[in-house]
Design a protein. Structure first.
Length: 270
């Protein structure tokens, strides 16, 4: 049985709304359904007004553009797999970045009179697919292979209101510091409309700060923390097609660009 366009969208949107800080977490509480395949294309722009060198604000600014291709497949009703590959452009630095692969499994579903509670676990990895440069603030990434784990609790009422909390651990190979992510998201999922707001946080363990050590610095050793807020709106137009818009804002952290981000995208079911 085919999933609705809304469920298709919910399985894809979290990967596409921000490349810089991987907003909205690595998984969500909505599953695609057995045998369903989706391809989603998203694009976005981040207008970074300043940069935090460590936690000290500087006047360094940049503009980031991205396009991301995402594919998802429902292996069973409780198991999803997805893969994504972004292309990023920052000034003269432009290339495909890191491919990611993720598996998400629903371990518990508890029905109540006014809603349902679900628990899920996920694991995956990302790794660079191009030899992009590392050595400046306009790098498109840190050339890191990352092993990801996540646990998530998702509650949804019969009226479509939901709240999701997830966390886990990002084990980063080479010299990039490991990190702890936490994401809280709340919103409503209706037949044709979906909207949410979220708070996204990352804490890196150790690492160095920009300008902390004499040049040339090893940018792969930077520890990156951030606090990010945002929201998303989606509309399905047919049984196989829908589109979304998103906004976000990085409002603090460590070794991170601050400022707003904007995204749009389309999703199709096959």
């Amino acid at each position: 049985m085919k999933s609705s366009p809304l469920i298709i969208f919910l399985s894809c949107i979290l990967i596409l709304t921000s490349i810089q800080a991987l907003s909205q977490g690595k998984i969500d509480g909505f599953y695609r359904g057995n045998g369903n395949t989706t391809i989603t294309l998203g694009a976005g722009f981040e207008d970074n007004k300043d940069y935090l060198a460590g936690t000290d604000e500087t006047d360094i600014a940049r503009k980031l553009y991205y396009v991301n291709l995402f594919a998802a497949y429902g292996i069973t009703k409780d198991l999803d797999v997805n893969v994504s590959l972004p292309y990023i452009e920052i000034d003269d630095n432009k290339n495909v970045q890191d491919v990611s692969l993720f598996l998400k499994y629903r371990t518990l579903k508890k029905e109540y009179s006014n809603g349902k509670l679900e628990l899920s676990f996920a694991g995956g990895f990302s790794t660079p697919v191009s030899d992009y440069n590392v050595g400046g603030l306009n790098d498109i990434g840190q050339q890191a292979t990352i092993i990801e784990t996540r646990a998530m609790a998702h509650y949804q009422t019969n009226a479509g209101w939901f709240a999701t909390l997830q966390s886990g651990f990002s084990f980063k190979l080479e010299e990039v510091p490991n990190s702890l992510p936490i994401t809280f998201k709340a919103g409503q999922a209706l037949d044709k409309w979906y909207y949410d707001v979220y708070y996204d946080y990352q804490h890196s363990f150790g690492g160095i700060d920009y300008l902390e050590t004499p040049p040339p610095q090893n940018f792969r050793r930077f520890g990156v923390d951030y606090h990010k807020i945002g929201g998303t709106g989606y509309r399905s137009f047919t049984d196989t097609f829908g589109a979304y818009v998103s906004v976000s804002y990085v409002l603090g952290g460590r070794n991170i660009f601050q400022g707003p981000g904007y995204g749009i995208g389309v999703s199709a079911n096959f």
